[in-house]
Design a protein. Structure first.
Lengths: 226, 249
C-alpha cells in the first residue's frame, strides 16, 4: 500500500479528508452565498453576474470539477466512517446519557444526508433545469440568460422555499460542529485559539444560513420581484 | 437504603446476555458501588446463585481495572472518578440503577460486567516504549525538559487505561486512550526518537483492533476518571499526519 492509501485507510486520515473536503465546500458556499445576495440589487446586476460566471469557462469548469471531486469524496468518506462506527459498536446500550456532545454533533450525519438530497435537487432545479425545463429558455432584454426570472419564479412556490429553508437549517447545525471540528481533525488545537474556533464556526454558519435563506424569503414575501 | 439494580448477566462470551433485576436492601450510603455489589454477591452465593462478575483491583481509583456503565454513563454520575470510588451517597433511597458492561466490538464481554480490554495492551505494545541507554545511570539533569511539556506529559500519563473513553464514545473510538499514550512519551525528549514511528504504529494497531473514529463529541473527556483532555486527540492527529508526510514509509 502506498503511504497515501494507508493514510486514507486510517481513521485519522479519513477525518483529514473530511476536514479538507469540508473546508473546500465551505469556501465555495461562502462565495455562492455572496453571489446570491446580488439578487437584492435587481435583475440587471444578477443576470450580469450569472453571465460573467458563464463567460469564464476556466473559472466555471475549474470550480465544477473541484466540487465534483470533493463533494462525492466528502460523502463517500462519511459513509465509510459511519459504517466503521456502526461496526465498532455492534451491541448498543440499553441506556446512554450524553454528557458533552451537542445536538449539532449528534445530528451531523443526518443533516449531511439531507444536504446530499438537497444538493441533487438544487442541481436538478437551477443548473440542469430537470424540474423546470422552461428555466433554460428565459432570456432578458440583452439576450442574457434570465437567471433573475428563474430565481423569482422558483421561489414563488412555497413548497420549494420550505425545501430550501430546511436545508439551510441543516446547514447551520452541520457547520456549527463541522467548521470547528475540522481544525481538531487536522490537529490544529491551541488553548489560545480553541474558543475562537468554535465561535467562528457558529458565526460563519449563521452568516451562511441567514444569507442563503434571505433570497427565497425575500422572493416569497415580495421584497425581491420582477 | 434500598436500591434496585438492573444488571447485565452473561455467563460466557458466546452466551446471550440479558438484564436481571435485583432488589438490594440495607445499602449504606458509605458503601462504594463495588462494596454494594460485594454485599449482593454474598447474598446471591448464599442462595446458590452465581455472583455478578466485575473487574476490580486497587479500589482506590488509580489502577484502571474497574468500570461499567451506571444508568448510561461510564463510571456513573460523579465526575473524574471510577466506579470503585463512586459511593452510594451519590444515589438516593429507592433509586433504580442500570449496570451494563462497556460495549465495543474491540471489548468483548467475558462475563456479566467484565470485558476483555487486551486490545489496549496491543496498542501499547505497538509503540508505547522508549529507547534507553543501558549501563550506568545518566546524570539526572542532563536532558532539559520544558516545564509546560513535563506538565502536559504528566497529564497524559495519568491515563489508567480503564476504557471509559471507548465506552462513552458514540463511535466506540479509542482515540483518547491512544492519544494519551502517544502524547505522554512524544512530549518528552526521551520519547522523541520514536515519535513518528510511535504515532504511525499505535494508530495502525488502534484501527486494526476495530475501534471507531473521532467525531469530536467530547464524550470521552467528560467521563474520563483522570480528566484527560481531547486536546491530546488533536495532538495525535497532528503527530500522525506529520509522521505520514515525513517518514520514509
Amino acid at each position: 500500500m502506498s503511504w497515501l492509501q494507508s493514510l486514507y485507510a486510517s481513521t485519522i486520515g479519513k477525518k483529514a479528508v473530511m476536514a479538507i473536503t469540508g473546508l473546500i465546500i465551505f469556501g465555495f458556499t461562502l462565495g455562492h452565498m455572496a453571489g446570491n445576495l446580488l439578487a437584492f440589487f435587481g435583475e440587471d446586476t444578477f443576470n450580469n453576474y450569472a453571465a460573467t460566471l458563464k463567460g469564464n469557462p476556466p473559472l466555471l469548469w475549474g470550480t465544477r470539477l473541484l466540487l465534483l471531486t470533493v463533494i462525492p469524496l466528502h460523502f463517500l468518506t462519511a459513509f465509510q466512517l459511519i459504517k466503521r462506527s456502526n461496526d465498532a459498536r455492534p451491541a448498543t446500550y440499553s441506556k446512554w446519557q450524553p454528557q458533552r456532545s451537542t445536538y449539532a454533533s449528534r445530528t451531523i450525519r443526518f443533516g449531511g444526508i439531507y444536504l446530499l438530497g438537497f444538493i441533487l435537487y438544487h442541481l436538478a432545479h437551477y443548473t440542469l433545469f430537470l424540474t423546470n425545463p422552461e428555466f433554460g429558455g428565459y432570456h432578458d432584454a440583452q439576450g442574457r440568460h434570465d437567471a433573475f426570472r428563474m430565481v423569482v419564479e422558483g421561489f414563488s412556490n412555497p413548497v420549494n422555499v420550505a425545501v430550501y429553508l430546511v436545508a439551510m437549517l441543516s446547514l447551520v447545525f452541520h457547520l456549527s460542529h463541522g467548521a470547528w471540528s475540522m481544525f481538531q481533525s487536522m490537529g490544529l488545537n491551541h488553548p489560545k485559539y480553541n474558543q475562537l474556533r468554535e465561535r467562528a464556526a457558529w458565526t460563519l454558519a449563521i452568516v451562511l444560513t441567514v444569507g442563503f435563506s434571505s433570497v427565497p424569503i425575500a422572493v416569497l414575501t415580495g421584497v425581491v420581484h420582477r | 437504603m434500598k436500591i434496585t439494580l438492573n444488571v447485565w448477566r452473561q455467563s460466557s462470551p458466546q452466551a446471550a446476555g440479558a438484564f436481571v433485576k435485583y432488589d438490594v436492601d440495607g445499602v449504606s450510603a458509605d458503601m462504594s458501588m463495588l462494596e454494594m455489589l460485594d454485599v449482593l454477591n454474598d447474598r446471591l452465593e448464599s442462595k446458590g446463585e452465581a455472583p455478578i462478575a466485575f473487574d476490580h483491583d486497587c479500589r482506590e481509583g488509580i489502577c484502571g481495572s474497574c468500570g461499567f456503565m451506571i444508568n448510561g454513563v461510564a463510571h456513573g454520575p460523579e465526575k473524574e472518578i471510577t466506579v470503585c470510588q463512586t459511593h452510594m451517597r451519590s444515589f438516593k433511597d429507592g433509586d433504580e440503577l442500570t449496570l451494563e458492561p462497556w460495549r465495543a466490538m474491540a471489548f468483548p464481554v467475558m462475563r456479566d460486567l467484565m470485558v476483555d480490554r487486551s486490545a489496549f495492551d496491543r496498542i501499547i505494545q505497538a509503540g508505547g516504549y522508549v529507547s534507553v541507554r543501558t549501563g550506568s545511570a545518566p546524570e539526572a539533569n542532563a536532558t532539559p525538559v520544558m516545564k509546560e511539556h513535563a506538565d502536559m506529559a504528566f497529564e497524559a500519563a495519568a491515563c489508567i487505561g480503564c476504557g471509559a473513553c471507548v465506552a462513552a464514545c458514540p463511535n466506540a473510538a479509542a482515540m483518547l486512550f491512544t492519544s494519551a499514550k502517544v502524547s505522554h512519551l512524544g512530549l518528552l525528549p526521551q520519547g522523541a526518537p520514536e515519535r513518528d514511528k510511535r504515532a504511525l504504529d499505535m494508530v495502525a494497531q488502534m484501527d486494526k483492533e476495530g475501534f471507531g473514529h473521532c467525531t469530536n463529541h467530547g464524550e470521552c473527556e467528560a467521563v474520563c476518571p483522570k480528566g484527560i483532555s481531547v486536546n491530546f486527540i488533536a495532538r495525535m492527529n497532528r503527530d500522525l499526519l506529520k509522521a505520514t508526510l515525513r517518514s520514509t514509509r
